[in-house]
Design a binder for this molecule. Structure first.
Ligand code: FES
Ligand code: MG
Length: 591
C-alpha cells in the first residue's frame, strides 16, 4: 500500500487548519495544543486517531485497556499519527443493573457523537466485555470512519481443586451443587471467584469471546487479535500493531463500509457455529449489520449457519478455556479449518488491508484436541435453529449444548424424531420464577417446559439474561439438571442450557408468549423449526382480546427513552430511529 499522506487532507484539518474560519480554528488549536500536541502536527501531515477506551475501574472486564493505552499510542505515534484517547460509557456485564444490555445502545449513541463531532480521522475500538464489542462496531459502522477493533482478551484460565473453572460455567455448576446441598454459601462464592484469576474478560466461549471472535471474523481486527489472553505479552504487541495499523487504514481510506459486507456477516455466522458461540451473537450482529446498512435477517442464522460443525472444544459446549484456545491457534485456526472446507468467503477485505483468504493462507489448528478439524468435529449441526409459531415470530435455539441424555429424555420420541410435546409452566419474570420455582403445586416434573416472559427489550428493560432457569431443587436432587426453557429474554453466553430464547416480538408488546397459560401443552418440532401452543384458535383469540399489557415502570430517563425507541431482539434490539442515520452521520458536522 502506498502512503498517500502528501496529497491527503484529513478530516481533522477541517477543525485544525481552516483559514476560512480563523476564529474557530484558533479555538480548536489552542485547546488541543495545551496538551502534548504542536500546531504543526495538528495542522498537517498526521491523522488524529481516536482511541475509544471502554476500560475503567467500573468496567473491570475491560480494565486491561487502561494498561494497553501506552502500547496503542506508541504504535500510532510510530506510524505517524496523533493518538487521542477518550472514554466510553462503561458497560460491565456483571455490574450494571437492571442489565448491561440496556447500555449497549447508550454507549453506541455516545460513540457516534464523539466520532461525528470531534476532529477524528480514524479510531481504535477497544472491546472486551459482552456488549462493548457490538456497541463499538455499531458506532463505527454508523459514522464509517476508518476503524479497527482491539480486544482486551480473556482472563487466564480459572482453576478449582485441580479442574478448570470457567467464567459463568462454574456459576451454573455451583448453583446446582448448592441446590443439592453439597456445598455451602462460602464455598459457592470461593468456587465462582476462582474462575477470575486475572484481568480480562470471561475465559469461556461466552458472549465476550464470541463477540470478539465475531469482530475478527468480520475482518474488523488484525489477524489473531481476539483470542490472546489479557495478561500475555502478545496482547501488548497486538495493541502496538493495531495502533500502527489504523494510521495506514486512514491513509488508505479503508472504512467499515469496505469491510462489513453481506459476505463478511455470513463468514461471522459460520464462525459462530464452529466456535459454539453465544446466543447473544445474533442480535448483536444484526445490530451491527443494520447500522452498516447490510441486509441480514435472523433466519440467516439457520439457513447460513445451522449445519456448521462445532470445532472448538471450549466451555460451555466443551472442556477447555481461553488459554488453550489461544495456544491452539485461536480464531485464525478455526477460520483456517473452515476455509480449507470451503465454508468461508475468502475474498472479503479486512482491517489488515488484505483479503481474509490471504490472511489465513496456510493457517490451521495447532492442537486438534482443542480446535478440531472440519472432518472430525466435536459434533455436527452446531448452529442455531430459528423457530417460529403462534408463540413468537422468531426465537433461537442453540442445539450444540443439548446433551445426549437430554436428547433421549425429550427430543427423540420413537417414530417422531425431533418432535417434543410438554406441559408449560409460565413465570412473569425472574422475581416470580425465584418466588415460585420450588412451589410443589406447579407440578413441575422432568417433562415440563419452563417459560419466562416480560423480560425482553421493552419489558425488562434491555432484555435480561434469565431464560436459562434452573429446575426445582427437588428435581435437581433426582439428577434432573436441565429442563427446556423458553422466553422473550436472553441467556448468558456461558450457559449450557438447551433454551429457546430471544423470542420476538416480546410479550409486553403483544407477542404470542403473552397468551400462554400454565398447563397449556406446547409442541416443538425441530424438523420444521416450529414451536406452538396447542390451544385452539378460538380460545387463543379470546385470550388475545382479554389481554392487557403489564404496567411498566422506568426508573431512569434513559430507560424511558430506550423503551420508546428500541426494536425487538430479532431486529437487533436497535434504537430504530438510529438505523436511519448512516448517510448524514457520515457527513461533516457544522462548524
Ligand atoms: Fe464481562 Fe463476561 S462479564 S466478559
Ligand atoms: Mg452475559
Amino acid at each position: 500500500m502506498t502512503d498517500t499522506r502528501a496529497n491527503k487532507r484529513f478530516r481533522s484539518q477541517e477543525w485544525f487548519d481552516n483559514p476560512n474560519n480563523p476564529g474557530m480554528t484558533a479555538l480548536y488549536l489552542e485547546r488541543y495544543q495545551n496538551q502534548e500536541f504542536t500546531r504543526e502536527e495538528l495542522q498537517s501531515e498526521k491523522p488524529v486517531i481516536g482511541i475509544a477506551n471502554t476500560g475503567s475501574d467500573i468496567a473491570p472486564c475491560n480494565k486491561i485497556h487502561v494498561f494497553l493505552m501506552d502500547r496503542i499510542k506508541a504504535g500510532i505515534r510510530e506510524a505517524g499519527g496523533i493518538p487521542m484517547e477518550f472514554p466510553v460509557h462503561p458497560i460491565q456485564e456483571t455490574g450494571k443493573r437492571p442489565t448491561a444490555a440496556l447500555d449497549r445502545n447508550l454507549a453506541y449513541l455516545s460513540l457516534v457523537e464523539v466520532l461525528h463531532g470531534y476532529p477524528i480521522d480514524g479510531v481504535v475500538l477497544t472491546t472486551g466485555c459482552d456488549k462493548t464489542t457490538p456497541a463499538m462496531l455499531m458506532g463505527a459502522a454508523t459514522v464509517d470512519l476508518p476503524a479497527i477493533a482491539l480486544n482486551g482478551g480473556p482472563m487466564l484460565d480459572g482453576w478449582w481443586k485441580g479442574k478448570r473453572a470457567g467464567s459463568g460455567t462454574i456459576v451454573w455448576e455451583s448453583r446446582r451443587l448448592l441446590a443439592e446441598g453439597k456445598i455451602d454459601y462460602d464455598e459457592f462464592i470461593s468456587r465462582v471467584c476462582s474462575s477470575a484469576p486475572s484481568l480480562g474478560h470471561c475465559n469461556t466461549m461466552g458472549t465476550a469471546s464470541t463477540m470478539n471472535a465475531m469482530a475478527e471474523a468480520l475482518g474488523m481486527t488484525l489477524t489473531g487479535s481476539s483470542a490472546i489472553p489479557a495478561p500475555f505479552r502478545e496482547r501488548m504487541a497486538m495493541a502496538y500493531e493495531t495502533g500502527k495499523r489504523i494510521v495506514q487504514m486512514v491513509l488508505d481510506d479503508l472504512k467499515p463500509s469496505d469491510i462489513l459486507t453481506r459476505e463478511a456477516f455470513e463468514n461471522a455466522i459460520i464462525v459462530n457455529g464452529a466456535i459454539g458461540g453465544s446466543t447473544n451473537a445474533p442480535p448483536h450482529l444484526q445490530a451491527v449489520a443494520r447500522h452498516a446498512g447490510v441486509d441480514l435477517n435472523v433466519k440467516d442464522w439457520e439457513t447460513v449457519g445451522f449445519d456448521v460443525p462445532l470445532l472448538v472444544n471450549m466451555q460451555p459446549a466443551g472442556e477447555y478455556l481461553g488459554e488453550s484456545f489461544f495456544r491452539a491457534g485461536g480464531v485464525p485456526a478455526v477460520m483456517g479449518e473452515l476455509m480449507k472446507a470451503n465454508r468461508l468467503h475468502p475474498t472479503v477485505m479486512t482491517a489488515s488491508g488484505q483479503t481474509m483468504g490471504i490472511n489465513l493462507a496456510g493457517v490451521e489448528s495447532l492442537d486438534t484436541e482443542v480446535i478440531k478439524t472440519y472432518d472430525a468435529p466435536m459434533r455436527s449441526n452446531a448452529g442455531f435453529k430459528v423457530l417460529s409459531g403462534n408463540l413468537f415470530d422468531s426465537a433461537l435455539m442453540k442445539t450444540s449444548v443439548i446433551s445426549d441424555d437430554f436428547r433421549q429424555r425429550f427430543l427423540s420420541t420413537p417414530g417422531e424424531e425431533g418432535i417434543f410435546e410438554a406441559r408449560a409452566v409460565v413465570f412473569e419474570g425472574p422475581e416470580d420464577y425465584h418466588d415460585r420455582i420450588n412451589d410443589a403445586s406447579l407440578d413441575i416434573d422432568e417433562k415440563t417446559v419452563l417459560f419466562i416472559r416480560n423480560v425482553g427489550c421493552v419489558g425488562y428493560p434491555g432484555s435480561a439474561e434469565v431464560v436459562n432457569m434452573q429446575p426445582p431443587d427437588a428435581l435437581i436432587r433426582q439428577g434432573i439438571n436441565h429442563l427446556p426453557t423458553v422466553g422473550d429474554g436472553r441467556q448468558s453466553g456461558t450457559s449450557e442450557s438447551p433454551s429457546i430464547l430471544n423470542a420476538s416480538p416480546e410479550s409486553v408488546v403483544g407477542g404470542g408468549l403473552a397468551y400462554l397459560q400454565t398447563g397449556d401443552t406446547v409442541r416443538l418440532d425441530l424438523n420444521t423449526s416450529s414451536m406452538d401452543a396447542l390451544v385452539d384458535d378460538a380460545e387463543w383469540e379470546r385470550r388475545k382480546a382479554d389481554w392487557t399489557p403489564p404496567e411498566i415502570v422506568s426508573q431512569t430517563p434513559w430507560e424511558e427513552i430506550y423503551r420508546k425507541e428500541v426494536g425487538q431482539l430479532a431486529e437487533g434490539g436497535c434504537l430504530e430511529l438510529a438505523t436511519a442515520y448512516q448517510k448524514v452521520a457520515r457527513q461533516l458536522p457544522r462548524d
